[in-house]
Ligand binder design. Structure first.
Ligand SMILES: [Zn+2]
Length: 114
């Protein structure tokens, strides 16, 4: 339990409204982005840094760009595919048969030993 000194850490004459010079935040710039859903949002970045061209919208997750009239398109243009669909893209049916036969053979060897 705390000792009851709830104002511990504060000092007379110090306060967040006038931070000492050495704690002053680095200069920053606000950069406005727009997503395709017309959500505008400001991102604060270091003044000397170059603003990235894209920033994900905090409201809908779509990428935002700096040109309101020409927001970037969806990041995921690929339609949803099942895991099996991806496997079928990578393997021909013949390769799949060979892999299956190999796996079954290995399984039978293991069982035969047990
Ligand atoms: Zn958005």
């Amino acid at each position: 339990m705390p000792s009851g000194n709830v104002i511990r850490g504060t000092r007379v004459g110090s306060g967040p409204e006038r931070p000492p010079e050495r704690y002053a935040p680095a200069p920053r710039q606000a950069v406005t982005y727009w997503c395709r859903n017309d959500h505008g949002f400001d991102i604060l970045i270091a003044a000397e840094a170059e603003a990235p061209p894209l920033w994900d919208c905090p409201r809908c997750g779509q990428p935002g760009g700096r040109d309101r009239g020409n927001p970037p398109g969806r990041a995921r243009v690929e339609p949803y595919k099942t895991h099996l669909a991806y496997v079928k893209e990578r393997r021909t049916p013949e390769e799949a048969e060979a892999l299956l036969a190999e796996a079954l053979a290995a399984l039978r060897r293991r069982r035969g030993r047990a």
